[in-house]
Ligand binder design. Structure first.
Ligand SMILES: *[C@@H]1O[C@H](CO)[C@@H](O)[C@H](O)[C@H]1NC(C)=O
Ligand SMILES: *[C@@H]1O[C@H](CO)[C@@H](O)[C@H](O)[C@H]1NC(C)=O
Ligand SMILES: *[C@@H]1O[C@H](CO)[C@@H](O)[C@H](O)[C@H]1NC(C)=O
Ligand SMILES: *[C@@H]1O[C@H](CO)[C@@H](O)[C@H](O)[C@H]1NC(C)=O
Ligand SMILES: *[C@@H]1O[C@H](CO)[C@@H](O)[C@H](O)[C@H]1NC(C)=O
Ligand SMILES: *[C@@H]1O[C@H](CO)[C@@H](O)[C@H](O)[C@H]1NC(C)=O
Length: 390
């Protein structure tokens, strides 16, 4: 029985690999180019964050920390099935993979593992992006080689690095994406050329390269300079004619390793009230503070930071006007707690309807999570930000 089932899943994964192989042998057809990001006709833009898939070799890679009764029939394919269910239920406008997409030490062929890990996103034709965690490069490809492969995949908007900063920026997988107003076809849209929501993706590295500092890596000054420059340019464009907008368009930042400021919520006695979601393990950030949080607060546009890395944390807490959020763990070949369902985070930005009935800037940013149980339960819905100008 078990053998048959195993063979059947092996057959499915070979079918999947075969069809993906066809995709990768031929140049990406124009139809597989991702579309530009826009708010939809209902003034909504939805992002699905998938953290820590820890994908390895598919059907032969066993699950960690599931109930004893579940062990026998659980593999990487459960991660694939969860991702497919999430996409079908939420129909996101963008999927963001926040690193440890693959678990290098157990991966035989990193290209195959990446392709299989992202396969449900590609199959759904949803625009998607990825950044790297600390485990992705622990097989045979370097961080640069991994990003160079990722950017060739269908429907991705990932970049190796921004062209204007490629000569000085640290890491691989730093870039920004703009989310413009609804398409011109919508009569209530006039901001189709304005970025109303700015997304920043950063490489938070893997491990410290400074001998006197042990532990995880951090976001470098070069990356913060690029962030500041990009954020300023975007604000200038937002405030410029035609259709000049007032203030600052909100931004969201995605990367893998939490900032040291996530510690704030470990030592807060009223953490129950300061945060929504679970904090079941301490924050594993870098042991030095490179100042990215201060940079974010200084610029003022980013309203939410979304990381993975600490699988058993899935909370959001607000500090100085910035929400520090975890995605929670999505991968079955990743440590977790048996009985604490694998999960993923959804974020929705909503536009304000102006007095003249046209869509304006962003009114609010909301979030919730989906659990991989029978009902795909939607939990911990909350507002992260309400535009004080509306
Ligand atoms: C993993 O997937 C198998 C096959 O669909 C299913 O029987 C099993 O219940 C899943 N395990 C978990 C922990 O979701
Ligand atoms: C947006 O840009 C396109 C292409 O440059 C242009 O045709 C269109 O008129 C612009 N729309 C608005 C509302 O500015
Ligand atoms: C800042 O952005 C502008 C516009 O993209 C670019 O020309 C310039 O080189 C950037 N400067 C830095 C330091 O990245
Ligand atoms: C939290 O409570 C403990 C024990 O009541 C106390 O020792 C600690 O200082 C408190 N921490 C903060 C941040 O208030
Ligand atoms: C959280 O807030 C509620 C309502 O204000 C209060 O009753 C409760 O004691 C608070 N919890 C903690 C841990 O401070
Ligand atoms: C980025 O800009 C902010 C606001 O001006 C400033 O506080 C911060 O120090 C800058 N960061 C870097 C690395 O220059």
């Amino acid at each position: 029985m078990a053998d048959n089932r195993r063979r059947r899943s092996l057959f499915h994964i070979s079918l999947l690999s075969a069809s993906l192989l066809c995709l990768f042998l031929s140049p990406i057809p124009a139809s597989a180019q991702p579309r530009k990001l826009r708010f939809d006709a209902n003034g909504e833009f939805k992002i699905l964050q998938v953290a820590d898939m820890h994908f390895a070799n598919g059907a032969t890679t066993r699950c960690l920390n599931v109930l004893p009764a579940q062990m026998d029939h659980c593999s990487d394919l459960n991660t694939t099935a969860f991702l497919s269910r999430l996409i079908a239920a939420e129909k996101p406008d963008l999927i963001v993979f926040t690193g440890d997409n693959i678990y290098g030490p157990h991966v035989k062929d990193p290209v195959k593992s990446l392709n299989a890990a992202f396969a449900p996103a590609i199959a759904s034709k949803t625009p998607w992006v990825a950044v790297l965690g600390n485990h992705d490069q622990e097989s045979t490809l370097s961080r640069q080689e991994l990003m160079k492969h990722i950017v060739t995949l269908p429907y991705t908007l990932s970049q190796v690095n921004p062209p204007e900063a490629a000569h000085y920026i640290d890491g691989f997988g730093n870039y920004n994406l703009q989310v413009h107003g609804a398409a011109a076809a919508a009569a209530d849209s006039f901001l189709q050329n304005k970025s109303l929501l700015n997304l920043y993706f950063l490489d938070s590295g893997d491990y410290s390269k400074v001998p006197s500092i042990k532990g995880y890596d951090w976001i470098k000054t070069s990356q913060q300079l690029w962030f500041n420059n990009t954020s300023k340019n975007l604000q200038r464009e937002y405030n410029a004619e035609p259709n000049a907008q007032e203030g600052v368009a909100p931004g969201l930042a995605y990367f893998h390793i939490p900032l040291p400021e996530y510690w704030t919520f470990d030592s807060m006695n009223d953490s129950e009230n300061a945060t929504k979601g679970d904090r079941l393990e301490p924050t594993s950030s870098a042991r030095t503070n490179s100042g990215f949080f201060r940079t974010l607060v200084g610029r003022g546009d980013v309203k939410g930071v979304f990381v993975g890395h600490d699988h058993n944390n899935d909370f959001c807490g607000e500090l100085k006007g910035v929400n520090l959020c975890y995605g929670g763990v999505a991968g079955y070949h990743a440590y977790g707690f048996s009985g604490w369902d694998r999960r993923a985070r959804v974020v929705v930005a909503d536009l304000n309807k102006n007095r003249d009935g046209k869509w304006g800037g962003v009114k609010s940013i909301r979030t919730w999570k989906r659990l991989d149980n029978q009902d795909l339960s939607r939990v911990d819905a909350q507002f992260l930000w309400n535009n004080p100008g509306n």
